[in-house]
Write a protein that binds this ligand. Structure first.
Ligand code: ZN
Length: 556
């Protein structure tokens, strides 16, 4: 990476014909018995396609209103199923020679392909293109929000500071503006999701599955656990975390002297006002260099390369897609991080989170094939959420030394409060895909009922749109990445174990973390967890142990 700049990353635009001829050449090499050469060629082909797709996706996210970027994204969405078709056909062929192939690629890659081939058939190509097309309508709809507050116009990310303003009426106004936008687009949001659910259910049926749930798990490449394990984990959250969060909220209610705690009070975690970044974007990035210096030499050097090479786009601007993510250019082995800084403590959480993903991707760049550059998402989230916790000792550099303790408390409370919400988002999707014919109104009722189980404290007051079960419509993963959400609560249990270890022996925890990052996706979730000396979140008591440690740290 030294010397590489984002501006120099380039990719040739593939076509269906160019891909077809590349795959034909690989097949010909296999015909000649040149297995190792064919696999190496295929890896190069996949990396080129991957870098091109990543660039297209990133450019669209950087400006969703850019017509050229949008047209290229549409082109990529149309080409992607054709690429899958070629890729899956080759995986099928390689699986017929499983033993000798696994000797070259490693067993885990072959295990992943065995799952992949069950998720695709040429008959679903138009459905996949349609799924991408409808999903992006959601992204564009949310990115287009223009909300008037405090005499200025902001997008949804720009609402963040108002949502956690120490002044209660400002917080209320922010939530009123947010949900007014969703209410104004309720019919379209329902239409988009309804089409996605029916489309996904239809694909599952064409592939021979009963419902989308099984296909959804396979698309997430989950090889070592299923919906029953996940349901048990959610139950651990209900019994072990919901009461702790309820106690924390009650403490907050009393501290602030509120008669009841409303929905718009939930984001004000610290009664003195949530700690904020000690400076703007540039100051934060300078301070981060000093923080990483104190954590790990490899991480520090890597961060400087990311920054100097322009591999970060973290400022919020009009038209930018919401949220934060890390993408990568596998031809060069370098990652890129994307966020929407809005001046709140979330900037720090998002920054350390995405840096965790990026560091993992960088550390695992020497893994032998593209399948091993990223782990499956629940394991990837250990690397990202883990870095959020491992940044605690030096976090004063980012928030100011006098606010460091308050930031750690705020972050930890946020981490605990997230678990029930994350479980609710996951449970909701299981219900949705088990009942694909449910009406939009029935889906809102499902959500409202689940909220009673996971977040019984939530009081929406006069915000009637979320009060009637509409809150889930603000969660992009529900639309664009089905079943990718329990990954966060699963990873949180593991990331918090790193926190516990780091409090006892920081260098040991940091070394174990870095070693886990370097393993990339070379093993399954539970194998990676085990290799890092972590307890599986599915094990009885694993979650209770870390939650107990957090509760006593917080004094509840
Ligand atoms: Zn993440």
């Amino acid at each position: 990476m030294p010397g590489i700049r984002f501006a120099d990353i380039a990719a040739v635009r593939p076509t269906k014909d160019s891909l077809t001829s590349e795959y034909r050449a690989i097949a010909a090499a296999l015909d000649r018995g040149e297995r190792a050469a064919a696999l190496a060629d295929w890896d190069r082909v996949r990396r080129r396609f991957d870098t091109w797709s990543a660039l297209v996706g990133l450019r669209f996210a950087q400006n969703t209103a850019d017509e050229a970027a949008k047209a290229e994204r549409d082109y990529a969405d149309a080409l992607s199923p054709e690429a899958s078709d070629l890729e899956i056909a080759l995986k099928r062929r390689l699986l017929a020679e499983r033993g000798p192939v696994a000797a070259l690629t490693g067993e885990h890659a072959v295990r992943l392909w065995e799952i992949d081939v069950t998720t695709f058939d040429p008959t679903i190509k138009p459905d996949l293109e349609e799924e991408a097309r409808i999903s992006s309508q959601y992204t564009e709809l949310l990115a287009a929000a223009k909300l008037e507050i405090g005499g200025t116009t902001v997008n949804l990310a720009g609402l963040g500071p108002y949502s956690e303003d120490p002044n209660r009426s400002v917080r209320h106004e922010a939530e009123r503006m947010r949900w007014q936008y969703f209410k104004a687009h309720a019919a379209e949001l329902d239409r988009i999701y309804d089409e996605l659910v029916k489309l996904r259910h239809g694909m599952a049926r064409k592939l021979g599955f009963q419902t989308y749930t099984e296909l959804g798990y396979r698309r997430m490449r989950r090889v070592d656990y299923g919906p029953d394990d996940v349901a048990r984990y959610r139950q651990q959250i209900v019994t072990g975390v919901v009461p702790v969060v309820a106690r924390l909220l009650e403490v907050r209610r009393v501290e602030n002297g509120w008669d009841t705690l409303r929905y718009w009070d939930e984001a004000l975690i610290d009664p003195a006002g949530n700690p904020k970044p000690a400076g703007g974007h540039d100051e934060l990035l300078d301070a981060a260099a000093a923080m990483f210096d104190g954590m790990h030499p490899g991480l520090a050097a890597f961060y400087r390369q990311m920054r100097d090479g322009g591999f970060m786009d973290l400022k919020n601007r009009p038209g930018k897609a919401g949220g934060g993510f890390c993408t990568s250019f596998s031809t060069e082995g370098v990652p890129f991080i994307f966020a929407n800084f809005n001046g709140t403590h979330h900037d720090i959480g998002v920054f350390t989170h995405e840096m965790g993903h990026a560091f993992q991707n960088w550390e695992s760049r020497h893994q032998p094939g593209i399948d091993y550059l990223w782990p499956t998402m629940e394991a990837a989230e250990i690397d990202s959420m883990g870095l959020e916790f491992l940044s605690y000792p030096g976090i004063g550099k980012l928030v100011g030394e006098d606010a460091a303790d308050r930031f750690r408390r705020t972050h930890l409370i946020g981490a605990l409060a997230f678990l029930p919400y994350g479980a609710c988002v996951d449970h909701f999707q299981h219900e949705v895909y088990a009942n694909p014919d449910a009406t939009p109104a029935a889906r809102h009722a499902m959500w409202a009922k689940l909220e009673q189980l996971y977040m019984p404290w939530t009081d929406y007051g006069d915000l009637d749109f979320p009060r009637k079960g509409g809150r889930w419509q603000a969660k992009a993963h529900i639309y664009g990445s089905p079943f990718y959400y329990i990954d966060y609560p699963l990873a949180q249990c593991c990331a918090m174990q790193f926190w516990v270890r780091s409090r006892r022996n920081y260098p040991e925890a940091m070394d174990a973390y870095t070693a886990l990052c370097a393993k990339g996706g070379s093993a399954s979730f539970l194998d990676l967890v085990c290799s890092a000396g972590l307890v599986s979140p599915f094990a009885d008591g694993a979650l209770a142990d870390v939650v107990q440690e957090a509760a006593s740290f917080l004094g509840v």
